[in-house]
Design a protein around this ligand. Structure first.
Ligand code: NI
Length: 172
């Protein structure tokens, strides 16, 4: 397993739409393992492939409580097949927008279809933090970030801040 570096805004890679994965093979499993290692190391509870510059439809997450055993999950070609009308609000953050947190309202429950690490089709119903996390990570695969749900004023402010930081770091 290799730890990869996490891309932060305003890198345009984060706005790319990821492509479906044709075959779940050892390369994809190795990618999933790298992503999990990168996520745990950060530390974070979810990571999408575009966040490490890989434009493939895969994300990983683990929403187990800190003192509980790890529960890594791998979602390949995920698709939300049902969303509840009920909404819930969570304070979200993102490894690509470090140290920035804002409340986001999303469907409280979703059903998601995906291929697991073994390439088997699975469908789960998620609520609570898992539901939010699945939607946040799936958004990444479509080039969407949680700041897109905020007011233009808030979004512009955070993008400006990170753009300035990237310039200072010589990354722009
Ligand atoms: Ni994120």
């Amino acid at each position: 397993m290799t730890k990869r570096s996490i891309i932060t805004i305003p890198d345009p890679v984060l706005r790319e739409v990821c492509a479906p994965i044709a075959t779940v093979d050892d390369d994809i499993r190795a990618l999933a393992d790298d992503m999990l290692e990168t996520m745990y190391d950060a530390p974070g509870i979810g990571l999408a492939a575009s966040q490490i510059g890989i434009l493939k439809r895969i994300f990983v997450l683990d929403v187990a409580k800190e003192d509980a055993p790890k529960e890594p999950m791998v979602f390949i070609n995920p698709e939300i097949v049902w969303s509840s009308e009920d909404l819930s609000v969570y304070q979200e953050g993102c490894l690509s927008i470090p140290d920035y947190f804002e409340d986001v309202e999303r469907p409280a429950e979703v059903a998601v279809k995906f291929l697991n690490r073994e390439g088997n089709a699975q469908e789960i119903r998620a609520d609570g933090l898992l539901a939010t996390c699945v939607q946040h990570e799936l958004d990444h695969l479509n080039g969407k970030l949680f700041i897109d749900y905020l007011s233009k004023l808030k979004r512009d402010r955070v993008v400006k801040k990170f753009t300035k930081q990237a310039k200072l770091a010589g990354k722009l």
